[in-house]
Each structure stands twice: as C-alpha cells, then as structure tokens.
Write a protein of this length. Structure first.
Length: 207
C-alpha cells in the first residue's frame, strides 16, 4: 500500500475518528464541535513527532550518548507525513539501545495512564480543552503505537524492528499487544465518560 495513503488511514483511525465519536456522543453544540474537529488534528501534527524524537534524545543524553543529527518535524510541505529521526553515537551496549529505543513508548504508556485518570474528572466543560487533552494524552500515544506496529508489520526497519533484534520476536509481540490493548482501553474509557457531556455529567467510573 502507498505509504502516504497508509499514513492518512492511520491518522483517520487514531486521531480523527475518536475525536469525532467524542463530540458526536456529547451534548456540545455543532458550532463548537466543528472548529475543534478542524483545529485539534492540525495541532496534533506538529507535536507528535517532536515528542517522540525528543524522548529518544533525552534517553540518549541520560545514559551518556551523543546526538549527532536530528530532524523533529517531517517536511509536510514536501509530502512527508512521518519521517523524523535522530542519529547518535556512544550507544554500544544492548541495554543502552533498549533504553533509548523504548523511551518514547515508556512516555506513551505514562500518558495513557495519566489520560485515563485525568479525563475521568470534570476539569473543564470546554470542548476544545477536553479534546486537546484527549488528543495529547490518549490519541497521540495511540497513533505512536499503531504507526510503529503497522510499520513493523509492513517491513519498516524502525523502532520495533530494532527492539526485536534486542529482545527477540516473542517479547516484541507481547509488547505490541500490550500497548495496543492499553490504547484501546484508554480511548474507550474516555469515550464512555463523555457521553452526554456536559449536559449530563456522568459519574466517573472507578479505576
């Protein structure tokens, strides 16, 4: 499948569709929903890749490695949807490679867990604020997991390919299943939480 078409489908699946479900199941008026549906996916694009790559950078520097080059934002004006990277040196041992490679996904897990906790509470009635927090804490990590998993399945030599060479095929598949399961759980829990919101404030379910 064409890379750009695949990227578009992943964005629709993990960013646009959950946001649409969130707003359609709520009681916010359409005049408030439409600007959010336009602006939040646009806001997602310039933040997801820098967060991912800077996690690699932070982990590399933390263990004494050196970042020699970095590209934080894909050149979308050239038709690139997901080509950002860092290159480093001084990372020679397998535990170092494991730590630097998994750093963005450790952050993603932390964001999903935080999202489940934070979004169970009524911290705002603004559709933009709720949607933005939902995107940053839940949908952005979900996209990260889906994008990397699909890339791994289609032969891309990205993070999961590197992880497989370190921990083996069995653990990497367990890792993928766990991450995708957590993503689905977080998104479903939040969508259930905001049914009828803000007119009908449902009681937050216990974790």
């Amino acid at each position: 499948m064409n890379y750009y078409l695949l990227s578009t489908l992943e964005i629709c699946l993990t960013i646009v569709t959950p946001l649409l479900f969130l707003y359609l199941r709520s009681s916010w008026p359409q005049r408030s929903i439409i600007p959010c549906m336009v602006s939040i996916p646009v806001a997602w694009y310039p933040v997801y890749s820098p967060i991912h790559e800077l996690s690699h950078v932070a982990a590399t520097l933390l263990i004494g490695g050196k970042v020699t080059s970095i590209k934080l934002i894909p050149s979308f004006w050239r038709g690139e949807f997901g080509r950002a990277w860092i290159t480093s040196e001084g990372i020679t041992q397998s535990w170092q490679q494991l730590f630097t490679t998994t750093a963005p996904y450790i952050l993603d897990v932390a964001c999903l867990v935080t999202g489940i906790v934070v979004l169970q509470r009524t911290f705002s009635r603004s559709p933009f604020v709720v949607g933005l927090v939902f995107m940053l804490l839940c949908l952005r990590p979900a996209f990260d997991f889906v994008c990397e998993s699909v890339g791994f399945l289609t032969g891309d030599r990205g993070d999961f390919y590197a992880l497989q060479s370190i921990i083996g095929p069995g653990p990497i598949w367990m890792f993928i299943v766990f991450m995708l399961g957590l993503s689905v759980l977080a998104v479903v829990r939040i969508l259930e939480r905001f049914v009828g919101f803000p007119e009908t404030l449902t009681a937050a379910p216990k974790l």
